[in-house]
Design a protein around this ligand. Sequence first.
Ligand code: 5GP
Ligand code: ZN
Length: 114
Amino acid sequence: MSDCLFCKIAAKKIPAGIIYEDDLALAFEDINPQAPVHTLIIPKKHIPTALEITKEDHGLIGHLFQTAAKIAGDKGIGEKGFRLVMNTNADAGQTVFHVHLHLLGGRTMHWPPG
Ligand code: 5GP
Ligand code: ZN
């Protein structure tokens, strides 16, 4: 999608701190980190929100989780713990309408979330 920020990052039209890339997914550092580790993991395919995930995307979404877990391990927060978040629509505070996992860690997380 030409007007999507994360599609532009995936196409390298906008710079980002990319730390991982493969055929299906991209991971880059959040521009406004909310924790010592705050990485975004996105599919290269444009999917606006979790509501548009279809059966054909199941493998892709699983790949996002596996990629996030691998990055957590590489960043040394696997054992201590981390949080994976996919905000969806207004009440959750979604601001970029291209699905992404937030990988948050490096500090104690609180529950319930704000
Ligand atoms: P959402 O609020 O949609 O769940 O998450 C969007 C995230 O994208 C936010 O945490 C925000 O800081 C991050 N973000 C917004 N614009 C950019 C950008 O241009 N570059 C990077 N690296 N992150 C961005
Ligand atoms: Zn997109």
